[in-house]
Design a protein around this ligand. Structure first.
Ligand code: HEC
Ligand code: HEC
Length: 302
């Protein structure tokens, strides 16, 4: 009996020791991945526009791309304690005290570009959570308009602590369970050349890319559980003609502006219609034209 207990004790001890080694290794892997630096080639000179039309375009993007969802409605940054997962901290983007914009020359156009397009911080480490996977598709023209606009939003004084990835977050990164490090998913070869703002399918394809429709609705837009979406997220709807083919353009506009389907039912807010609904009529129209050209696919088929 005593011997059996001893053997059991040794077995249990070994299992615990092994588990600790595995967890420790995954934790260290996560920590190393977080500390890793990434290349982020920036434009030699991203010329920031000063004309009213470009600043208006920047304001449109600053509202519709969802920056305000994470960085607070006034862009002054927000903090949320997500327990053992992370201290979620989206920095103050304004020129107020504690703001990125307030550092003037020390947070230059290239630093904005590195963050938005490549998901990389000034020190070369990856940003966490921010969707550069999508923003990386912005053309130089749109990116410059956005940055020019951000540099002149009203200053907000708010000190935001650095983002902290805590133990559960590090384990998720180390085991590759969550695509938290955005520099790893940002497009390697961003499309930088301007896309004319007209009512063409090409324009619609571009609009879909910068709002990431294909990230949640899947690359074929047929919906289902997204590879790139939040792990506990709702499955997205089929937005190929198989799904919304019977909708009119007015139905589509209402869905994106008011979050209502043709039958009056509410679209869940995991579909970021509140932000997307702020895009201009012309871009919504081009997006609609593009979606209509998609091959119809049954729900969830890639
Ligand atoms: C899903 C949430 C989310 C959205 C949406 C988002 N951000 Fe961020 N952003 C973050 C977080 C979190 C950080 C800090 C991450 C870190 O420090 O690792 C950050 C950091 C930044 C930084 C700072 C980079 C640095 O080096 O300090 C800039 C600039 C930035 N975001 C701009 C934007 C802009 C512009 C938009 C909209 C086009 C945007 N963000 C949308 C979450 C978000
Ligand atoms: C962050 C993830 C996400 C992104 C990005 C996203 N969607 Fe969605 N979308 C969803 C989810 C989830 C639903 C289902 C909501 C529900 O079940 O109420 C949805 C539903 C919809 C619907 C309602 C269709 C129906 O019959 O239920 C439309 C239309 C739609 N999305 C269009 C778009 C377009 C166009 C884009 C790009 C501009 C886009 N979505 C980007 C997640 C997303």
């Amino acid at each position: 009996m005593g011997r059996l207990l001893k053997i059991l004790g040794i077995a249990l001890g070994s299992i615990i020791a092994l588990a600790l080694i595995v967890v420790g290794t995954v934790y260290l892997l996560g920590t190393r991945r977080i500390a890793k630096t990434h290349d982020a080639p920036t434009e030699p000179e991203l010329a920031l526009p000063t004309d009213t039309a470009s600043l208006a375009r920047g304001a449109e993007l600053g509202g519709s791309l969802g920056c305000r969802t994470c960085h607070a409605p006034d862009l002054g940054g927000s903090v949320e304690d997500a327990g053992p997962f992370a201290l979620f901290a989206a920095p103050n983007l304004t020129s107020g005290r504690g703001g990125r914009g307030g550092r003037g020359a020390t947070f230059a156009a290239a630093d904005w570009e590195r963050a938005i397009r490549h998901g990389v911080k000034k020190d070369g480490r990856s940003l966490v959570i921010m969707p550069s996977e999508v923003y990386g598709h912005l053309t130089n023209e749109d990116l410059a308009a956005l940055v020019a606009y951000l540099k002149q939003v009203p200053p907000v004084d708010r000190e935001i602590p650095p983002f902290e990835v805590r133990i559960v977050g590090r384990l998720l990164v180390g085991s590759g369970q969550a695509p938290l490090l955005v520099a790893e998913t940002a497009p390697k070869d961003p499309h930088k050349v301007s896309v004319p703002r007209d009512s063409s399918v090409e324009r619609g394809r571009y609009v879909a890319s910068i709002y990431g429709c294909g990230l949640c609705h899947n690359p074929s837009f047929s919906g289902g559980k997204a590879d790139g979406g939040p792990p506990d997220g709702l499955p997205a709807s089929n937005i190929t003609p198989e799904g919304i083919g019977k909708w009119s353009e007015a139905d589509f506009l209402r869905a994106l502006r008011e979050g209502k389907r043709p039958d009056g039912s509410q679209i869940n807010e995991q579909m970021p219609w509140q932000a997307f609904g702020k895009m201009g009529d012309d871009d919504l129209h081009a997006l609609w034209l593009f979606l209509k050209t998609l091959p119809p696919k049954p729900y969830g088929q890639r």
